[in-house]
Design a protein around this ligand. Structure first.
Ligand SMILES: [Zn+2]
Length: 233
């Protein structure tokens, strides 16, 4: 019996959402699903096209990036996933893609201001962009250091990863996470839309102002605050 069957299926389904949501072409994205009880996650195998994926092809990895079960090599971004699961307790899914609007902001090395309520509904603060990684970190252990850079960015700016589920790695692209692999994909898709809307806003008005704080707070809190009332009870 495969004790990782459910975890593999969760990761498999979430990876199939990447092409469905137009978040990546070819193999330019990966999702993982974490089981904190077992201390392992299931992740897409490296370089395998979405059409060729099966639940069994998902690779089971521990938080030290050691393959626990599976015959294929895990995603080359596996160590970044490890760092985020270790340092951001409570997240159970991670997505990384090269979705173009999010990448554009990452390449411009710009954090995304809260320009409207679409953004505020999913986070009351700007979406942070990291610094560019220094040569030593790249040489040392690139994927692990990518994770460290994300964690450093959140700590330095005192951002709670439970409140902002997105980051842009400068010159590279987006990572997003959630309370499940499926929710991480949802956040990856939301991030892409927010980045697109923000860019269109700046095209119309390069001096566009962020949404006033009282509206930002209202939208965040009606969905996520203690007295939230969005959706069905
Ligand atoms: Zn990448």
């Amino acid at each position: 019996m495969d004790v990782y069957k459910t975890l593999r299926e969760e990761a498999f389904e979430a990876n199939l959402e990447i092409p469905r949501r137009n978040l990546a072409i070819y193999t330019w994205g990966n999702v993982s699903a974490f089981d904190p009880g077992k201390g392992v996650f299931a992740i897409k195998p490296s370089g395998v096209a979405y059409n060729d994926l099966t639940p069994d092809s998902m690779v089971i990895v521990d938080l030290e990036a050691r393959v626990v079960d599976g015959t294929l090599n895990p995603s080359s971004d596996t160590k970044t996933h490890c760092v985020l699961y270790r340092e951001f307790p409570g997240i159970l899914g991670i997505i990384h893609t090269h979705s173009p609007y999010a990448v554009a902001w990452a390449q411009a090395r710009k954090s995304v201001p809260v320009y409207g309520t679409t953004h505020a509904d999913h986070g009351a603060e700007e979406i942070p962009c990291t610094e560019v990684m220094d040569p030593e970190a790249v040489k040392n252990d690139y994927e692990l250091e990518t994770g460290n850079l994300i964690v450093k960015t959140f700590r330095q700016r005192d951002i709670n990863p439970a409140h902002i589920s997105f980051v842009l790695v400068a010159g590279h692209g987006p990572f997003a996470w959630g309370k499940s692999a499926a929710q991480s994909v949802y956040h990856g898709a939301v991030l892409e839309e927010i980045c697109k809307m923000a860019l269109l806003t700046l095209n119309l008005d390069p001096l566009a102002k962020p949404l006033p704080e009282h509206i930002t707070r209202k939208h965040w809190e009606r969905k996520h605050g203690p007295a939230s009332y969005y959706g069905q009870k």
